[in-house]
Structures are given as C-alpha cells and as structure tokens.
Write a protein that binds this ligand. Structure first.
Ligand code: CP3
Length: 343
C-alpha cells in the first residue's frame, strides 16, 4: 500500500509521507508557462490541462500524493453563481437574501463538473502516487458566496450568520447536498482520498462552529463512509475548535503551523495528524528549512503523521527549497528518531 494511504488510514509509518497544499501553482515555472496561455477557469475545465498541472509537482519532486488541480469554487457555477478569479475568487452577485438562496440550484451530479471526472481518470492512468480529491466545506464556501470574495475579517458573512441564521442554514443545506454529490463523483471517478477544506472555520467561536459547520461536515463525511478512501479535514487557525473537530468522522486532521503537533495529538485521539510547517519557512535559507522540517517531524512522532505545510505554499517560494524539504522528510527515520527521543 502507498505510504500516504497507510498513514492516512492510521498507520504509524516508519517514514512520514509528504505532499504540499497548493503543490500545483504559481511557484512553479511550468505552471506559470501554461497560465500565460489560459485563464484559470480554462485550466480547471480542460481535463488534459488539469491533469497535466496536477502531475507537474509529482514529476518534479516526487511527492507521496497528488492533489487534483481545481479550486474549491469549481462546483459552484452550475448553482447559478458567476465567479471570476483575480486571482482570488470574486462573485459577481453575493448571495445575502432568502430569495437569492432559494434561487440557487443543486445540480444533478452529471451537471456539476463532468470535466473533473475526466481529469481524474487521466491522472489515475499516469500518476505513480494516490490522488486526493477535494472540496470546500459548506461554511467556507458560504463565507465566499455571502461575502462576495476574499476579505480581511469576513464582516458581511459574520453579520449574516447573526441576522439571517435561517437563510444561512438553507444555504448550508444546499452546499452540503452539492458537496456530497461532487465528492462522491470524484471518488467514483478514481480519487483515492478526499480533503474537505474549511479554511475559514477558525474565524468563528466553538458555539457558532457547532451550529453552522459541524453538522454539515459530519453529514458529508458520513455520506462518504462506504468508500474505502481516507477522509481529510483542514480548518486553519482552529485550535479553539479541536474539541468539536475531534468528533468529525474523518481519518486525518490537517493542523496549521501555530501549534506543535505534539500539543495537538492528545486533543485529536485516533486521528492521523497532517502538517504543519509554516509556509514562510520555505522562504528562508536551506539550513533553516532542514532544521524546521526536522522539528516538525520530531513533534509528529508518537502517532501517524503525514508531513505537509500548515497552509498553502506561497507563490514566491523557490522550488529548490521544496526539493530540500522533501529530501529532509524522506531521510527522517521515524523509528530511529523515536528511540533517540526515549533515551
Ligand atoms: O493544492 C493544490 O495544488 C490544488 C489546487 C488548489 C487550488 N485552490 C488552485 C488555485 C486547491 C486545493 C485550492 C483550494 C482553495 N481555493 C482554498 C482552500 C485552501 C486554502 O488555501 O485555504 C481556498 C480558500 C481557495 C480560494 C482561492 N482560489 C483563493 C483564495 C485563490 C487566490 C489564491 C492565491 O494564491 O492568490 C484562488 C485561486 C487559485 N486556486 C489559484 C490556484 C493555483 C491561483 C490562480 C492563478 O494562477 O492565478
């Protein structure tokens, strides 16, 4: 079995598998070359391009898993939403009323993003490593849909949850159904694991998370339980939510860089931990990259660990640093390191 799948299923592997959030993207010259010719949506919607971009980092660095090249916004246009990338997502008309939510369509599975299924088949035919599919968690998708794009503090969305909680639930309900169809489609097409990105969950307190995120995330993960595919979850800056996140029916929780994995381990019993190097470390000299990666690897001992960054790789990252990072992770013998720690 692949090292990634073994660790994702809960094995304390002798070496930590490694992949990198946003491993396909603008820090790679080969991605930027394609970006000159095509728009972001064209790259997502052309299966050959999406497959090629997914495989670029695998060819160059040999990560232990590939992640589908798409965006969390991919399944939203067929709902009736008009989205542009500049480069962050911008919604032509933010959704803020019960009427607007009512008008959103939950498309049939074959109308969501058929090009994604095709891209997955192309990737599976070529990839030497498992493929991770993904989607945005309902609360995080709703954050963008209501706010209308990226924001410093998502003030509109946080107000909206308070002045229109019923409308918020109606929106989350539709996004949950959409996500279940979309993620099942990815698994049926050949994705071997799925990650739910709840990038903005950490904005909220635990009570708000319990009401507006946890039940929907739980439903999505439960709907995928019959596939033999590990379920991964990430909420960023969410230490205050781990007492809720520990209950999610998923196998892996991705941890951001703010807390050592060793501190998080007891809070998430039975979960594989993924993470959690600060992406900014990759902007530092090689020696710093090695030392910091080894620190994360040591903090990840004592349970299953998938090495990753604490959030997406930064676009100004020198790909040579990524090489150093992967070498460091590959050379780190977890069994031996554990013995040294015990002495
Ligand atoms: O990880 C990968 O390699 C797969 C590809 C991937 C993209 N977006 C491609 C992308 C994944 C997994 C995502 C997820 C995503 N998209 C999230 C969740 C993860 C996270 O970062 O919290 C979110 C919140 C988005 C929304 C989004 N899309 C933003 C904020 C941006 C701008 C990002 C930036 O780097 O400025 C995008 C655009 C986007 N998605 C790009 C890529 C490669 C850049 C587009 C370009 O090349 O101009």
């Amino acid at each position: 079995m692949s090292l990634f799948l073994a660790a994702a299923r809960g094995q304390d592997t002798p070496r930590a598998p490694v992949w990198i959030m946003r491993q396909a993207g603008r820090y790679l010259g080969e991605y930027r070359a394609l970006k000159e010719k095509y728009t972001f949506w064209e790259m997502c919607r052309t299966p050959e391009l999406a497959a090629e971009i997914t495989l670029q980092p695998i060819r160059r660095f040999g990560m232990d898993a590939a992640i589908l090249f798409q965006d969390i916004m991919t399944p939203l246009p067929p709902m009736g939403l008009d989205i542009d990338f500049t480069p962050g997502p911008v919604f032509k008309t933010p959704v803020r009323s019960a009427d607007a939510v009512e008008k959103l369509v939950v498309p049939d599975v074959e109308d969501i993003a058929p090009y994604v299924a095709e891209a997955i088949r192309l990737i599976r035919a070529e990839s030497p490593v498992p493929l991770i599919g993904f989607g945005g968690a309902p609360l995080t998708l709703a954050t963008y849909i209501v706010q209308g794009g990226g924001s410093k503090d998502y003030d509109e969305f946080r107000q909206f949850l308070r002045y229109a909680p019923e409308t918020a639930h109606a929106l989350l309900e539709k996004l949950t159904e959409l996500s279940i169809r979309y993620l099942k489609m990815q698994l049926d097409a050949g994705a071997q694991a799925v990650q739910l990105f709840d990038s903005w969950a950490g904005l909220h307190d635990a009570r708000t998370y319990r009401e507006f995120a946890k039940p929907y995330n739980t439903r999505i993960f439960e709907a995928l339980a019959d596939y033999d595919a590990p379920r991964l979850y990430i909420a960023v800056d969410a230490l205050h939510l781990y007492s809720e996140i520990k209950d999610l029916p998923c196998e892996v929780v991705s941890v951001d860089w703010r807390v050592p994995l060793s501190q998080v381990r007891p809070l998430l019993p039975g979960k594989t931990l993924q993470g959690n190097l600060d992406p900014a470390v990759l902007l530092a000299p090689e020696g710093v990259v090695r030392a910091e990666a080894e620190r994360v690897l040591r903090e990840g001992l004592g349970g299953p660990h998938i090495f990753n960054l604490g959030h997406g790789i930064m676009r100004q990252t020198d790909p040579e640093r990524v090489k150093v990072l992967l070498e460091t992770v590959r050379h780190f013998d977890r069994t031996q390191a554990l013995e040294i720690e015990r002495v």
